[in-house]
Design a protein around this ligand. Sequence first.
Ligand code: GAR
Length: 210
Amino acid sequence: MKNIVILISGRGSNMEAIVRALEAGQIAGARIAAVVANRADAGGLAFAQQHGIATAVLDHKAFASREAFDAALMALIDGHAPDLVVLAGFMRVLTAGFVTHYLGRLINIHPSLLPSFPGLHTHARALQAGVKLHGATVHFVTAELDCGPIIIQAAVPVHDEDDEASLSARVLAQEHRIYPQAISWFVAGRISLRDGRACVANAVAGAEGW
Ligand code: GAR
């Protein structure tokens, strides 16, 4: 049984999609060992508790430096012997030490088609740029922000009448589909890194719901 630790900062809808996929048997051989938030008011904590998942809050404001926070976070996560650490709307820049410690078992979801629009306000920036396709990316985390080998992406059309709310809702629906998919591949040992790229064994587009 593989242990997954999920880090959140807020609403936690991606965490919820992952928990629901596990409960539905769509991710075999894994369990959520813990959900950790850096804010006590993270909305997703209540959902995790209602689903019998251990939760913890580590407030970054209680630490003097980014390094001190990340060291405490690592100790907390490692207490759950994680096979995979999942960033699900965890809005903290992580130190190189943290990223190196979990290299190859730390993944993130970002609300854009990377390498376009790394960073914040991705939907507003996509609208401003006038792109016709936007989307979401699940990737391994490396030291560079919103970078690292891409595991799966989903694209959505951008309509002329879209605003930030309508576009982000269309992207979020896809996030909830591709994050559980990526995790099921990871847990099944189907993702390998070749020349800095993530390859998925026996992936057939359209055949697994993506
Ligand atoms: C999601 O859209 C996720 O892609 C984004 O934050 C949102 C969290 O929503 N993450 C980032 O912007 C990371 N750079 P959620 O809390 O409902 O899952």
